[in-house]
Design a protein around this ligand. Structure first.
Ligand SMILES: [Zn+2]
Length: 433
């Protein structure tokens, strides 16, 4: 080839190589780990975990730290009226919709140092890598740290225009109401409408998060490609027996609500275990009346929870449990009533194209991956209602989460951020089209 054609080829290929995510760009595990450590100082407790409850002093301090990191990475930082921290990097085509990614930094009481944090630190890492490598995307990018994820997906609900305003007067773990908390972090609970984003403004949303389960760790897989966030339904289950003297009532003349409850609980477990698929069903709470050692329980109230990625599947599990309940109730002469207490949350499947892009990104980086549901709730389930959404999981050692023992290695965090970077660049280059 002549020198001239070589130069020409170079000119033609140059823009391609810039947008095609050079395979050698990888997240920096040391930098990520150091930042996770620095963040974990805000709200650090004696167990090695954090109490960084939304709206607490620790949360406020952590938010300042995150905003500073965003600025250092070259983002222009603003707060929306829900208190979501949003760092923006302009693209070369300013009218294109935003590619948004991020997670949250608030914790549950007695929480760990990775839930949410990895997604925010990982998102900032992506921006840092783009800066360091002189890559300018076509689309504007926004890194988001959502307000009060653990208290009910407050920030992302506002972003999709889905705030239940009664929620604002609920007292959160911080001691403040959610409305007061939003004000304390710099938002305006009376103007949450201004935090709302329209589908046309957004190109996609991606959340990097720890798995909070043990599948990836046990199977030694690098990346989870999330198929969706499971839906949750709850019931109060009331079993009616007859309270009577535990000493004078013979065994064959009892309508013992507790014995029925025992059979019911086993049936729930059997039904959920017996069907193929990933559905789960749980009885997590039991209350017997009158609740004395010397009285046969006259009434037992239980909770029933069912989770699955498919609403139809959840219904099938419930129907099967109801049938079993009827059989048990008839045999024991103790009626069982189910009363559903609101739809806790609908299943939120991720976008199929996003799954493919994330899987391809992991594959290109030589990482192993697996498609899997998320059993825990995430801000991504809100965002999925307004824009193509994907989620990237990294392993949680032994599946421990919402605990000071939560742990994800620096290498795994960096793998997640590298996949996030590649995913963002693929979307920027038109992979969703
Ligand atoms: Zn989380």
């Amino acid at each position: 080839m002549t020198r001239r054609t070589f130069i020409l080829l170079g000119i033609i290929l140059l823009p391609l190589t810039i947008t095609a995510a050079p395979a050698d760009i990888r997240a920096n595990p040391d930098r990520m780990e150091q930042r996770i450590k620095a963040l974990s100082a805000f709200g650090a407790n004696a167990d090695g975990g954090v109490d960084r409850i939304a709206f607490s002093e620790a949360d406020l301090a952590g938010r300042v730290y995150i905003s500073d990191l965003m600025r250092e990475a070259g983002l222009s930082v603003r707060l929306d009226t829900a208190g979501n921290i949003i760092g923006r990097r302009e693209g070369s085509e300013p009218y294109l919709p935003v590619i948004m990614f991020g997670s949250h930094i608030d914790s549950v009481p007695g929480g760990g140092n990775y839930d949410g944090d990895v997604g925010v630190i990982g998102a900032i890492e992506v921006i840092q890598l783009l800066q360091d490598n002189g890559i300018r995307t076509r689309h504007p990018l926004e890194v988001v740290s959502f307000t009060d994820e653990e208290g009910g997906l407050t920030g992302s609900s506002a972003m999709i225009g889905g705030v239940d305003y009664r929620m604002l007067s609920e007292v959160s773990h911080s001691g403040m109401t959610i409305g007061e908390g939003i004000r304390a972090v710099g938002g305006d609970p009376n103007r949450l409408d201004l935090a709302e984003r329209k589908p046309a403004e957004l190109k996609a949303f991606i959340e990097l998060h720890i798995e909070q389960g043990a599948f990836l760790d046990e199977e030694n897989i690098d990346i989870g490609v999330v198929e969706g966030i499971v839906g949750i339904r709850w019931w109060d289950v009331t079993i009616e027996g007859l309270a009577n003297h535990a000493g004078t009532t013979p065994m064959n003349r009892r309508w013992d609500a507790m014995v029925t409850a025992a059979e019911y609980i086993l049936a729930v477990n059997r039904v959920a275990t017996g069907m193929p698929g990933g559905q789960v069903a749980t009885v997590g709470r039991i209350h017997a009346k009158p609740g004395a050692p010397n009285v046969i329980p006259g009434e037992v109230v239980l909770s029933l929870e069912i989770r699955d990625l498919s609403a139809a599947k959840m219904q099938r599990v419930f129907n099967e449990i109801s049938r079993e309940a009827e059989r048990i109730a008839d045999a024991r002469f103790t009626p069982i009533r189910h009363a559903e207490i609101g739809v806790a949350s609908l299943p939120a499947p991720t976008d199929e194209r996003m799954r493919r892009i994330i899987a391809a990104s992991a594959g290109d980086l030589g990482l192993s991956f697996k498609f899997m549901p998320s059993g825990a709730g995430h801000d991504a389930q809100d965002m999925a209602l307004i824009t193509p959404t994907g989620m990237i999981f990294v392993p949680s050692v032994k599946g421990v989460s919402h605990s000071p023992k939560e742990f994800t290695s620096a290498e795994d965090m960096a793998n997640g951020a590298s996949v996030l970077l590649r995913t963002v660049l693929a979307i920027d280059a038109g992979a969703l089209e």
